[in-house]
Design a protein around this ligand. Structure first.
Ligand code: IDP
Ligand code: MG
Length: 152
């Protein structure tokens, strides 16, 4: 049985600068993923230290944090069946040059350090990341008349 899951997406400053916010959000909408949370906000150094803690020892860590603070980012919480793996599939591999055609990163980027989008990669990380960037009152559970067609 497929689980209904929530996952955290960030549209990075390069997506904002390149006017790709709507294009990327549209792909998730078309898939049938439900937008549970959505906002524009500025990332802090403290948030990035936690969010990218697994990369703290990398040579590109400082540049990554600077890049992520260039402009506000769009935070999105999406709900859907197996949403965590499905959204990772839709965004493609970390390095756009290795991402499959048809994914966001392959279709719109050629550079690992400006790969347009973040998405949670596990059940545990999704739960932590949703909490990291969204307050409880910023998340919405609601019915859509299309739920029966999308969720079965
Ligand atoms: P992910 O975004 O696909 O989950 P992670 O390994 O978690 O990939 O890396 C987080 C982000 O750090 C990447 O999306 C990318 O922006 C940046 N990054 C990862 N590897 C490199 C690299 O080798 N050079 C520059 N930036 C990198
Ligand atoms: Mg990651």
């Amino acid at each position: 049985m497929a689980d209904v899951q929530r996952t955290l997406v960030l549209l990075k400053p390069d997506a904002l600068q390149r006017d790709l916010l709507g294009e990327i959000l549209t792909r998730f909408e078309r898939k049938g993923l439900k937008i549970i949370g959505l906002k524009l906000f500025q990332l802090s150094d403290e948030q990035l230290n936690v969010h990218y803690a697994h990369l703290a020892e990398k040579s590109f860590f400082a540049d990554l944090k600077t890049f992520m603070k260039h402009t506000p980012v769009v935070g999105i919480v999406l709900e859907g069946m197996e949403a965590i793996a499905e959204v990772r599939k839709m965004i493609g591999s970390t390095n756009p040059l290795q991402a499959d055609a048809g994914t966001v990163r392959a279709d719109f980027s050629m550079n690992v350090s400006s790969n347009l989008v973040h998405a949670s990669d596990s059940v545990e990380n999704a739960a932590e990341e949703v909490k990291r960037f969204f307050k409880e009152e910023e998340l919405f559970a609601y019915a859509k008349i299309t739920d029966q067609y999308i969720f079965g």
